[in-house]
Design a protein around this ligand. Structure first.
Ligand code: FEO
Length: 161
């Protein structure tokens, strides 16, 4: 077994956090779907898929390093949102929290002189910069557009197609 027990345990918790994020983004996507905001929904369905991929990357790493995979219970996601801003703000807060969690995993790997672990986690460190930045940008635009004109988000998001 190449991986330390401490990092193994922490990665198991992170697998739960990533699956939790995936569920939360599905819940947010369905909220937007219900509001007729198809592009916003699409963005969050896609995000949900990415979170599942993050979880699976962690699962594979444990398998590759001879660790134990113990997927924890995942709490039900928040399902009701008063506004687009609330849903996007929750997502940004979540991504900031995940960044802290990834940094904590990194600290464990560094403390154990686990170079393979640090090398593996580099991908997540970079990914979090991207995820926080794009969610932060989305929140800024949602705030500028305002709830009354939130349908404008559909046109805004269509520009990327
Ligand atoms: Fe897996 Fe959005 O962090």
């Amino acid at each position: 077994m190449m991986i330390s027990k401490e990092l193994n345990d922490a990665i198991n918790l992170q697998i739960g956090a990533e699956f939790g994020a995936s569920l939360q983004y599905v819940a947010i996507a369905t909220h937007f779907d219900g509001e007729g905001l198809k592009k916003m929904a699409e963005l969050f369905y896609k995000q949900a898929e990415e979170e599942k991929e993050h979880a699976m990357k962690l699962v594979k790493y444990l398998v590759d390093t001879g660790g134990d995979v113990r997927i924890p219970a995942v709490a039900a996601p928040k399902a009701v949102f008063e506004s687009a801003e609330e849903a996007v703000k929750l997502s940004l807060d979540w991504e900031m929290e995940v960044t802290r969690q990834i940094n904590a995993l990194y600290d464990i790997a560094r403390g154990k002189n686990d170079y393979a672990g640090q090398n593996f986690l580099d991908w997540f460190v970079e990914e979090q910069v991207e995820e926080v930045s794009s969610m932060d940008n989305l929140l800024k635009v949602v705030r500028r557009v305002g709830e009354k004109n939130i349908i404008m988000m559909e046109a805004y998001l269509s520009h990327g197609d």
